[in-house]
Design a protein. Structure first.
Length: 90
């Protein structure tokens, strides 16, 4: 998903959008599988090194709020009815 500044958000973007990003490509599926990310260091769960995380941050990619994703997307945290979101449950 992209906002008005054309920034990609790791918690919201499709796997296809993530695959197209330099520095993310090979980690796209793992990023989708390990959502939501509340902090940049959480990306280590998806197998990214601190150096890779720094490169992604420097490229203008954002995390995006975990609770902003659509409810039907696993890992989006998009449920408005729960304080914890859906936390990976579709």
């Amino acid at each position: 998903m992209r906002d008005d500044r054309n920034s990609v958000h790791l918690n919201l973007a499709s796997q296809e959008d993530l695959e197209a990003l330099a520095g993310v490509g090979g980690h796209a599926a793992a990023i989708v599988d390990h959502r939501p990310f509340r902090d940049w260091s959480d990306l280590r769960r998806a197998g990214l090194s601190p150096e890779e995380i720094d490169r992604i941050k420097a490229s203008g990619v954002g995390l995006g709020a975990p609770s902003e994703g659509p409810i039907g997307e696993p890992g989006s945290g998009g449920s408005a009815d729960s304080a914890s979101g859906n936390l990976g449950r579709a």
